[in-house]
Design a binder for this molecule. Structure first.
Ligand code: ADP
Ligand code: MG
Ligand code: ZN
Length: 631
C-alpha cells in the first residue's frame, strides 16, 4: 500500500514526542529523593512516617523530623493495592496511636478521552506544521482532513464482480433480494406505480454464512456501486466523528446513486440506546441517531438502498427496525446438505479435484459448517496438496483439512511424556465409550491423542445432520458423554485433571439450559427463566433477574442434581465397560488415533482393521452411495 509510507514520518514524530514528554516529566515533575521499596516499609516500621500519599503508582512519604528533617521522599510501587493490603494492619495501628497523622490513597484516575485533548492538540499542531513542510510534494493533501469522512470501500474490493452465481445454496435469500436488484436496475418502474421498496434490509445470520457475499452480489447483479463500511469504523474515540462519518457515507451514496450502502456488523453501532457500559456510549448514540436521521431523510426515488448485516439482531435498537428503516429482515442461515454441496462446487471451480473426490460425501460429513468453513476446508486441502507438489486435490487432503479445521493443526512436536499420553487416552476413551453406550448419542467418528490446537486429545462424533431440535433425552445424554472424560480419570487414574474443564463448562451450560431455558425439569415447570443471550452485552446488562432468589436457588439445585445424575450414570457405564476402556486406551497409546470404525469393531469384540486415510468420510461415503439422490 502506498499510503502506508506516508505514515512513517508520522510515527517517528509521535515516538519522538512521547520520548520528549516523558523525559521532561521526569526532569521537572519527578522527585529527586527516590528510595527503594524495601526502605519504604522499613521507614514505616521505624515509625518515621508522618503522613503519606499514594497516587497512581507512586508513594510520597512525609518524614518525621528526628530522622531526616522535615522531608519528603517518593518511590514507585509495583502495585498500590498490594501495598495497601500488606501494610493495612500496621497503618491502622500507627493511625490509632497517632504515629501516623494522616494518609491518603488517591483513587486511580479513570481514563477519559478528554485527557487526551491537550496533548493531542499540541501533537496535532506540531504534526500539522511538519506535515505541510514534508508533504507539500505529495498532492493528495492532509489525511487529517479525512477524519470525519466515511472510510468506505467503493465498488468491489478485489476487483472481481460478484453475482448471485457465486452465492450457492441460498435460494430463498437470493429470491428476496432479487426484488432489490430489480429496483436498482429500474427504479422508475417501481416508483411509477407507487410500489414501496424497503429503504433498508437487514441480513441476519451467523458469521460466515455469506451475508457480505450476498450484499456484494446484489450490487454486482444490479450493476450499481457498492459502498461498504463496517459498523466498527463508526465507533471512534473522538466525539462526533461517527456521526459525521454517517453523514458523509450517505452523501457519497447519493452522489453516485444508484448505489448500495452496506453496513457490516451494524450491531457495533446500532446497539440499544442507553445501554452502554462505561463511557463512550454518547458517541455511539450520536452515531446511531445520525443513522436514523439519514435513513429517514432520503427519499425512495434516490436509488439508494441500505443493506446491513448482523449476527445479533436482538441487541439492535428497536428504532432501527421501524418502518422506513431496516424494516425487512432476511435470515441467512447455515446451509443444509444440498446447500453445502453447491457451495463446495462453487469453491471447487478453480481447483483441480481428483476423480475420487465426492463433494456430496464431503457435504454430508460437514453438518453445521457455514459457507466460509467450507471454502476454508477446500482451501486447506489445496494447500496440503500444493505443499506436497501434487497437482490434484484428493479425498485424503480433505480428510486432513477437515481434521485440522475441526480441531486445530496437529502439534506433533509437542513433547509429551508417556504418562501425559496415558491420561489423555483414558480421558478420551471415557468420552468415546460413554457415547457408544448412550442410545441417542451420535456415534463416535474419530478419537485422537495427538495434541491439536488447544487440546491434548479429542473425540469427534458424527454430528446430527442439520437437525437443531434436541430432545430432553438427547440433551441429557450429551451431558453424560461430556462427563465421560472426567469420570474416566476419576475411576482409572485415581486423580482428576484440569483437562476436563471445557467439558464441564459445556455440560453445566447444557444442564442450565435444560432447567432454566427449556423448561425441562418438573420442579420448575415449563417456564423459561432466561432472557437469552449473553448477559453482559447491551441492554441485558441492566435488567434485573425476572425471578426470585428462591427460584434462583432452585435452578442451581436442579442443575446440580441433573449433573450428579449424569455423573452417576456415566460412572455406571464406564465401570461396566472397564475392560473395553483399557483396550481402547492401549490402542490409542500404540497408534495415537482411532477411527470410528475401529472403535466400533473393538467394542463389538471384532478384529480391528487398518484405518483408511479418508476415515472421517468413510461412513458418509456408504450412505452417499446407498441413498444417492433421496434428499
Ligand atoms: P458473513 O458476512 O456472513 O460473515 P461472508 O459473506 O463474509 O460471511 O462469507 C465469507 C466467505 O465464505 C465468502 O467470501 C465466501 O467465500 C464463503 N461463502 C459464504 N457463504 C457462501 C455461499 N452461500 N456460497 C459461496 N460461498 C460462500
Ligand atoms: Mg461479513
Ligand atoms: Zn474431554
Amino acid at each position: 500500500m502506498k499510503n502506508r509510507n506516508r505514515f512513517i514520518p508520522l510515527i517517528i514524530y509521535l515516538v519522538l514526542l512521547v520520548v520528549i514528554f516523558s523525559w521532561a516529566n521526569n526532569l521537572f515533575g519527578g522527585d529527586q529523593n527516590q528510595i527503594p521499596y524495601s526502605q519504604v516499609t522499613e521507614l514505616f516500621r521505624q515509625e518515621q512516617v508522618r503522613k503519606f500519599v499514594v497516587k497512581d503508582q507512586a508513594i510520597t512519604l512525609y518524614l518525621r523530623a528526628p530522622y531526616n528533617g522535615e522531608t519528603t521522599v517518593t518511590t514507585s510501587l509495583a502495585d498500590p493495592e498490594i501495598f495497601r493490603l500488606e501494610m493495612n494492619d500496621l497503618l491502622q495501628a500507627q493511625k490509632e496511636s497517632g504515629v501516623l497523622e494522616s494518609y491518603h490513597f488517591v483513587p486511580e484516575k479513570s481514563y477519559s478521552p478528554y485527557d487526551l485533548i491537550l496533548p493531542l492538540l499540541v501533537v496535532g499542531l506540531v504534526l500539522l506544521f511538519a506535515w505541510t513542510m514534508l508533504m507539500n510534494r505529495a498532492n493528495s493533501g492532509n489525511p487529517l482532513n479525512n477524519f470525519g469522512k466515511a472510510r468506505t470501500v467503493l465498488g468491489v474490493p478485489d476487483g472481481k464482480k460478484v453475482t448471485f452465481d457465486d452465492v450457492a445454496g441460498a435460494d430463498e435469500e437470493k429470491e428476496e433480494l432479487q426484488e432489490v436488484v430489480d429496483f436498482l436496475k429500474n427504479p422508475e418502474k417501481f416508483t411509477e406505480i407507487g410500489a414501496r421498496i424497503p429503504h433498508g434490509i437487514l441480513l441476519v445470520g451467523p458469521p460466515g454464512t455469506g451475508k457480505t457475499l450476498l450484499a456484494r452480489a446484489v450490487a454486482g447483479e444490479a450493476g450499481v456501486q457498492f459502498l461498504s463500511i463496517s459498523g466498527s469504523d463508526f465507533v471512534e474515540m473522538y466525539v462526533g466523528v461517527g456521526a459525521s462519518r454517517v453523514r458523509d457515507l450517505f452523501e457519497q451514496a447519493k452522489k453516485i446513486a444508484p448505489a448500495i450502502i452496506f453496513i457490516d456488523e451494524i450491531d457495533a453501532v446500532g446497539r440499544k440506546r442507553g445501554s452502554g457500559l462505561g463511557g463512550g456510549h454518547d458517541e455511539k448514540e450520536q452515531t446511531l441517531n445520525q443513522m436514523l436521521v439519514e435513513m429517514d431523510g432520503f427519499s425512495r426515488t434516490e436509488g439508494v438502498i441500505v443493506l446491513a448485516a448482523t449476527n445479533r439482531p436482538d441487541i439492535l435498537d428497536p428504532a432501527l427496525l421501524r418502518p422506513g428503516r431496516f424494516d425487512r429482515q432476511i435470515q441467512v442461515g447455515r446451509p443444509d446438505v444440498k446447500g453445502r454441496e453447491e457451495i463446495l462446487k462453487v469453491h471447487a471451480r478453480d481447483k483441480k479435484l481428483d476423480a475420487s473426490v465426492s463433494l456430496k460425501t464431503v457435504a454430508r460429513s460437514t453438518a453445521g459448517f457455514t459457507g466460509a468453513d467450507l471454502s476454508n476446508l477446500l482451501n486447506e486441502a489445496a494447500i496440503t496438496a500444493a505443499r506436497e507438489n501434487r497437482p490434484v486435490l484428493t479425498m485424503e487432503d480433505l480428510n486432513e483439512a477437515l481434521m485440522k479445521i475441526t480441531a486445530g493443526p496437529a502439534k506433533k512436536s509437542r513433547v509429551q511424556t508417556r504418562k501425559d499420553l496415558k491420561e489423555t487416552a483414558i480421558h478420551e476413551a471415557g468420552h468415546a465409550i460413554a457415547m457408544y453406550c448412550l442410545p441417542t448419542h451420535d456415534p463416535v467418528r474419530h478419537i485422537s491423542i495427538i495434541p491439536r490446537g488447544q487440546s491434548l486429545g479429542a473425540t469427534w462424533y458424527l454430528p446430527q445432520d442439520d437437525s437443531a431440535n434436541l430432545t430432553r433425552n438427547q440433551m441429557y445424554e450429551q451431558i453424560v458423554a461430556l462427563l465421560g472424560g472426567r469420570v474416566a480419570e476419576a475411576l482409572f487414574l485415581g486423580d482428576i485433571s484440569v483437562g476436563a474443564s471445557n467439558d464441564i463448562d459445556r455440560a453445566t451450560k447444557l444442564a442450565r439450559d435444560m432447567v432454566a431455558r427449556y423448561g425441562m425439569c418438573e420442579k420448575l415447570g415449563t417456564v423459561s427463566y432466561l432472557d437469552g443471550g449473553e448477559v453482559f452485552i447491551g441492554r441485558d446488562y441492566q435488567t434485573t433477574k425476572s425471578y426470585s432468589e428462591k427460584v434462583a436457588g432452585t435452578i442451581d439445585d436442579e442443575v446440580k442434581a441433573l449433573i450428579d445424575k449424569a455423573y452417576d450414570h456415566c460412572r455406571q457405564i464406564l465401570t461396566d465397560n472397564a475392560e473395553k476402556l483399557h483396550q481402547v486406551v492401549q490402542f490409542l497409546l500404540d497408534k495415537e488415533s482411532m477411527t470410528g470404525e475401529q472403535f466400533e469393531e473393538m467394542m463389538k469384540g471384532e478384529e480391528v482393521t487398518e484405518a483408511s486415510a479418508t476415515a472421517l468420510f468413510d461412513r458418509f461415503q456408504e450412505s452417499a452411495e446407498s441413498t444417492d439422490d433421496s434428499e
